[in-house]
Design a protein around this ligand. Structure first.
Ligand SMILES: Nc1nc2c(ncn2[C@@H]2O[C@H](COP(=O)(O)OP(=O)(O)OP(=O)(O)O)[C@@H](O)[C@H]2O)c(=O)[nH]1
Ligand SMILES: [Mg+2]
Length: 1129
């Protein structure tokens, strides 16, 4: 096929109804990039022989070396079918979990997706994840079951077995879709229910509600994958073939004389052909009849593979001629059967036709965007679509129309920024020469040659300017003065310096899609930050103001920029464009200063920013980075900034300690980020710390058994109490602890006393808090702005959510200990949204996080009101870093049981009284004439007394002042109180856990288990994949033990098993990091010094060491000897 010209692509971009924006999604290694290669080769961009080998979309070197895709990238393809021409904007995405954020960026700008499933491995964890992502973004999927050749060659299935296996895969994937659909219907159902309740609140009796939306009544048949629906095809990307049943239905309808429609319905499923009556009947399994799919489709393919693999020349020739194919002599004689298969099959059942056919028929065009999707994109945060300003709601029609007229607002979403080498930008690329230029150059060379010859013969002196390479490319004016014509066409004169300058500069291109309007080069446009609120703009700016201009009134999170360059994304290449019509995927240059990772661009300020991308992976692996040479720090800082911009999911932080920290989604992601930093963005040598493993600190209930599993009896209990008493004696003076662990502490100026107790929260509650951290954050925002006028209207839905959250907490916090606790929750921490709570147990002061639920915020006039912020801050600080190793706390409830400020308040009143007293005295001095000396003495005595009193008060005030402001003291004291309250309880560390899915064959299963148990992993589930000899193992593994895990598994199993690690949850490490043996059995079992390794202590100390904290390590010399001595005594 001929390569399409840029003009053709530009022309195709204008026909919106024939555009398909699609991405390829799958589990790692299921063949996305190989499939993309096949589709690309159909456009002549790469040769069909190289399809599958080149992996054209993997343009990075490390992608090629590792054989996995790391970045999603786009390419535009042309496809023609039944005199319709289509433009397909294809995005290849990575399948590895570490890069799942790249999937999110791709899905957002597409309308449909191809889900690829490996026919052998079937549905894998990432298949589920990508299906969910597609679902959440409301894009339509079609299915490609790939690697069918493996069923023939590797698993040696018969066609019948293969059919059952394929049926099974389809059932699995449909079960997933079904689950997603059910949850969505139920959610909508619930939503409508609340809405109907709301509307019935306002207009009683006018309730129009369609109860038929229940599950039973909703038609979901179009959602499922089924070959007869035309949304499933079977392929072998590596061998270049693929088909949908439509192809065979058409073929056999002629041969068998059965209508195509009938065949379409029966070719997949348990139907068979009664050859005598030429009728299609339901399969009766007992009679051993073959389904049509086996008989008419699979058996043909199987026999072709069979002939080629057995090198049965005669049979091959027969098949080829019966199919009417022409195989090139080179392929026909090739010794490698794969080449032969590819040559035959790619002609017989070309994969690109079947895939692109399905894409064009079954996937929607940009014009088909659903109202639901538009509303979802526009409703950021806690807003509902109805609560948006009317101007914003009007934009919905622009989205739906996707119009290109001048009045249509331009709306663009940038889903990521990617760096390209400036050399590859079209403006820096040498322009291909036109045929005229080539002719002129030839003429020029010919003349020079003639001159050279003449010079050699001594007829003419050699012109120095004509010697040397540079003059060949860059002839200067003087050199060509004898032929003026030559100078003008050769335009590469200035090319070299430009390229050199651009060489080490990376250029950032925005990966974007136009949702409405025509984007033009040089156009001015608003850049809307994620927190931009159109309502705010509309309030501030006079009506009718819309076009972005320089004299923009300053509105937060809104900027204005010019679109400098527009590009057509062609895989590894970029092509310059002047304008881009709506519905297209494009690259935009020149946004580096305006967009960090993603953004919404619009010519209308009433557009809200799109909802944030929904990332599946949590960045968890952190490392600290330093330049090898300290003087290169500025380069590192700059490089990390660029890296942050270029990767959707990496986080770059500078910790309080001054360390530069990189947080990544996993080991491979980390490696890629480091490579990028070293070779691309910072270009310096760096040293990388060991991965920083996050922990959480918590407390637990006192144990009932000791470390050797003996029940803790009375005596031991006494021993334990003694030990805690000993511990308590370590507490500084002035802090009291009761037997229950209630800490009472006084501020340094002795004017306020706080009593705090720490309690472990039930696990379920911690989990609820974690799940709802976003909600908690918005509650916090609501409370702070509860006086705003429109809040009530906006937050109805959120309020319902908050109510639900509260109820859940109440359900899980039952029993005497937790009575009324939920109502008294005062704050969450750390950062006001974490999984710890502060409970206000003081009777006379009411203030809780649930205030936002009340329609009017009651500002309570309390004497303590002014200081509650200090207490909350103290709590926040305490939960941010715990006493064990300064890691954040988790699952702890602090109860402030008493709070005595009376002295402080009292002091305030004495000061006032004193002033009054002083004034009184002055008055009395004047009014009272001095009488007898005795009287005088009396007065003097009085004066002395008051003076003394005065100075005493003054001293106290001074004393108080030297401790700094009272609120500060309160913060510090609260923080200390929380820390001590923790320390008198049994403390535990919590470790981050990965879930790990490993697929392994039976032979290597033992080795996989060995590696898992060595690294403290725990197997949750093991099952056999139906129809194969593969086992699927689900396990959990501490993040702390996971480094090098994937490599070790791969090495030990010779590459047969490869794990996928995804962050799952936090888990308490049951051992006590401070434990020392107390009972006799424990002494016997662990030795006096407890020198067998304590995992929790090891972790704690390693964190403390890293943070430069004091580590209490017992250095024991001659341990054995000391013990014997001790025992003999
Ligand atoms: N037997 C067989 N192998 C295939 C087929 N398609 C792809 N492969 C092989 O599967 C491996 C992975 O293919 P890729 O195309 O890189 O897979 P991918 O889905 O892009 O992988 P990631 O991008 O890393 O998620 C390669 O070794 C391919 O040669 C197929 O149809 N049959
Ligand atoms: Mg790939």
């Amino acid at each position: 096929m001929v390569l399409n010209s840029l003009d053709k692509m530009i022309q195709l971009q204008r026909n919106t109804s024939n555009i398909r924006n699609i991405c390829i999604l799958a589990h790692v290694d299921h063949g996305k990039t190989t499939l993309a290669d096949c589709l690309i080769s159909s456009n002549g961009i790469i040769s069909s022989r190289l399809a599958g080998k080149l992996r054209y979309m993997d343009s990075r070197e490390d992608e090629q070396i590792r054989g996995i895709t790391m970045k999603s990238s786009a390419i535009s393809l042309h496809y023609e079918k039944d005199d319709q021409e289509y433009l397909i904007n294809l995005i290849d995405s990575p399948g590895h979990v570490d890069f799942s954020s790249e999937v999110s960026t791709a899905v957002r700008i597409c309308d449909g997706c191809i889900i690829v499933v490996d026919a052998v491995e079937g549905v894998c964890p990432q298949t589920q994840a990508v299906l969910r992502q597609a679902w959440l973004e409301n894009i339509r999927p079609v299915l490609v079951i790939n690697k069918i050749d493996r069923l023939i060659v590797e698993l040696k299935f018969t066609p019948q077995e293969a059919y059952s296996h394929l049926k099974n895969i389809l059932e699995q994937i449909n079960a997933l879709t079904g689950a997603l659909f059910t949850s969505k219907v139920l959610e909508e159902w619930a939503k409508r229910e609340t809405e109907s309740q709301e509307s019935s609140d306002s207009v009683p009796g006018e309730q129009v509600y369609d109860w038929s939306a229940g599950l039973e009544h909703t038609d979901d048949s179009h959602l499922y994958f089924s070959p007869d629906q035309g949304n499933v095809i079977f392929t072998s990307a590596i061998d270049g073939w693929g088909f949908g049943i439509e192809h065979f239905a058409k073929l056999y309808s002629q041969k068998l004389g059965i209508k195509t429609d009938v065949l379409l319905k029966t070719l997949w499923g348990d139907y068979y052909l009664n050859t005598k009556s030429k009728k299609i009947m339901k399969v009766d399994q007992t009679k051993g009849k073959k389904p049509l799919f086996v008989q008419l489709v699979l058996e043909n393919i199987w026999s072709l593979y069979d002939a080629v693999l057995k090198k049965d020349k005669e049979k091959i020739d027969k098949i080829v001629s019966s199919l009417g194919l022409k195989i090139g002599a080179r392929e026909a004689r090739h010794s490698d059967p794969k080449v032969q298969i590819n040559a035959i099959c790619s002609q017989w059942l070309p994969i690109s036709n079947s895939v692109l056919d399905m894409v064009c028929q079954k996937l929607p065009s940009p014009l088909d965007i659903s109202a639901e999707r538009v509303e979802r994109l526009l409703c950021t945060g806690t807003r509902t679509f109805d609560s948006l300003p009317p101007e914003t709601q009007e934009l919905k029609s622009a989205f739906m129309k996707c119009g290109s007229e001048d009045t249509a607002p331009v709306i663009i979403f940038v889903s990521k920024m990617f760096a390209v080498d400036a050399k590859t930008l079209p403006r820096n690329k040498p322009r291909p020469l036109t045929s005229e230029e080539i002719a002129q150059r030839r003429e020029f060379a010919r003349r020079r040659h003639a001159e050279k010859l003449a010079a050699a013969q001594g007829q003419m002196p050699l012109e120095p300017a004509l010697v040397g390479n540079a003059s060949e490319i860059c002839p200067k004016k003087e050199e060509t003065k004898n032929d003026e014509q030559l100078t003008s066409p050769v335009e590469s004169i200035n090319l070299k310096p430009v390229m050199e300058e651009a060489e080490d500069k990376d250029s950032f291109i925005a990966f974007a899609r136009v949702f409405s309007g025509v984007v033009r080069r040089g156009q001015k446009i608003f850049v809307l930050g994620p927190k931009y609120d159109p309502a705010e703009f509309l309030q501030r700016v006079p009506l009718g103001f819309s076009a972005p201009s320089d004299d923009l009134p300053s509105v937060p999170h809104l900027a204005c920029c010019t679109l400098e360059n527009l590009y057509l994304l062609m895989g590894r290449e970029l092509e310059d464009l002047q304008e881009v019509p709506p519905g297209n995927v494009l690259g935009i240059g020149g946004l580096q200063e305006f967009v960090l990772k993603s953004a919404t661009l619009c010519t209308s300020p009433s557009c809200p920013p799109f909802i944030p991308l929904n990332f599946e992976a949590t960045p968890i692996v952190r490392v600290a980075i330093e330049p090898k040479h300290p003087s290169e720090m500025p380069q590192l800082v700059k490089g990390m900034k660029l890296l942050n911009q270029a990767d959707p999911c990496v986080q770059v932080l500078i910790q309080e300690t001054g360390e530069h920290v990189l947080v990544t989604a996993g080991e491979i992601h980390l490696q890629r980020c480091l490579d990028d930093l070293k070779e691309r963005f910072a270009k310096i040598q760096i040293s990388v710390s060991e991965p920083i493993i996050p922990f959480r600190e918590t407390i637990t209930k006192p144990p009932k058994v000791d470390m050797v599993n003996e029940e803790i009896g009375k005596q031991q209990k006494i021993a334990v109490i003694h030990q805690t008493k000993e511990d308590q004696s370590k507490l500084p003076e002035g802090i009291q602890v009761d037997a229950d662990g209630l800490i009472t502490i006084t501020t340094p100026n002795k004017l306020a006393t706080l009593s705090v107790r720490a309690l472990p929260l039930p696990e379920e509650v911690t989990q609820i808090l974690e799940e709802n951290s976003d909600l908690i954050r918005s509650m916090e925002q609501l409370t702070s702005l509860s006086e705003g006028e429109n809040t009530q209207m906006i937050h109805k839905k959120t309020q319902a959510k908050i109510q639900e959250f509260k109820q859940k907490l109440e359900q899980n916090l039952q029993g005497r200990k937790w009575r009324n606790v939920v109502d008294q929750i005062w704050s969450f921490g750390p950062r006001k949204c974490g999984p710890n709570i502060l409970v206000n147990g003081c009777i006379d002061f009411k203030s809780s996080v649930w205030q936002c639920l009340e329609s009017k915020c009651i500002k309570e006039a309390s004497k303590y009101r002014d200081f509650d912020n200090s207490i909350i801050s103290g709590f926040q600080l305490a939960t941010l870093s715990g006493p064990m190793c300064e890691e954040p706390l988790m699952g702890v409830c602090f109860v402030l049981e008493k709070w005595d400020l009376s002295k402080f308040l009292g002091q305030g009143s004495t000061e006032k009284a004193q002033e009054e007293l002083a004034r009184d005295e002055a008055v009395s001095d004047q009014s009272k004439p001095l009488g007898s000396p005795s009287e005088k003495e009396q007065v003097q005595d009085d004066c002395l007394e008051t003076l003394e009193k005065k100075s005493k008060h003054k001293g106290e005030t001074l004393l108080a002042d030297c401790y700094g402001p009272f609120s500060g003291q309160l913060i510090a004291t609260m923080k200390e109180a929380c820390r001590y309250a923790l320390q008198v309880k049994p403390q535990r560390l919590m470790a981050a856990m990965y879930t790990c899915d490993i697929m392994a064959t039976a032979e290597v299963l033992g080795r996989v288990y060995a590696v898992l148990s060595k690294r403290e992993g725990r197997v949750l589930q093991e099952e056999m994949k139906e129809g194969t000899d593969m086992f699927i193992i689900k396990a959990v593994l501490p993040v702390a033990e996971s480094f090098g895990f994937a490599d070790e598994i791969r090495k030990r199993t010779s590459g047969l098993a490869s794990p996928q690690l995804v962050f799952s949850h936090w888990e308490m490490i049951s051992s006590d990091p401070f434990w020392v043996p107390t009972t006799e059995e424990e002494y016997l079992h662990f030795g006096e010094k407890a020198d067998s390794e304590n995992q929790a202590r090891k972790y704690m100390n390693s964190v403390r060491k890293r943070k430069g904290l004091y580590v209490e390590e017992k250095i024991v010399e001659h341990a054995e000897k000391q013990r014997t001595l001790g025992k003999n005594k």
